[in-house]
Design a protein around this ligand. Structure first.
Ligand code: ZN
Length: 137
């Protein structure tokens, strides 16, 4: 099951994520966190989609990171989930999801995140481009 709990974010990221949501909502941008922590096993399952057993791409893939490689997989030494990343979308007035980073609402949400010091996946190199993703260092 997809984990959307802000409680499973890293202690340094959780307050920033909450501020980001609050600032988006105060500007009538209906931003929503759609994923926070992802276990290494779940990451491996996602990595396998669109790849053969050797890891060669055979179809449409979902992620470029294997288990333990994603900032979504980060946990504290005692195993407590502490994701250093979260994924998001913008909900339109009609309830559908806006996945278009070129729209004004999306651009504003990204600007708010950056102003809080978050790193936006849309600024990653082309092969890692990930427009619905924010993370901390
Ligand atoms: Zn992500």
């Amino acid at each position: 099951m997809t984990d959307r709990s802000l409680d499973d974010l890293h202690p340094a990221l959780k307050p920033l994520c909450q501020q980001w949501l609050d600032q988006c909502h105060s500007r009538n941008i209906n931003a929503r966190v759609i994923e926070t922590y992802r276990s290494a096993a779940e990451q491996d399952r996602l990595f396998a989609v669109g790849r053969d057993a050797r890891g060669n791409v055979t179809g449409r893939t979902l992620t470029k990171a294997g288990g333990g490689q994603s900032k979504h997989n980060f946990a504290l030494p005692d195993g407590t989930p502490a994701s250093k990343a979260f994924d998001f979308t913008i909900i339109n007035d009609d309830g559908t999801c806006n996945w278009n980073p070129a729209t004004p609402q999306w651009k504003a949400a990204v600007a708010i995140g950056k102003s809080l010091g978050l790193q936006w996946g849309g600024d990653f190199p082309a092969h890692q481009y990930d427009a619905d993703h924010f993370e901390i260092a």
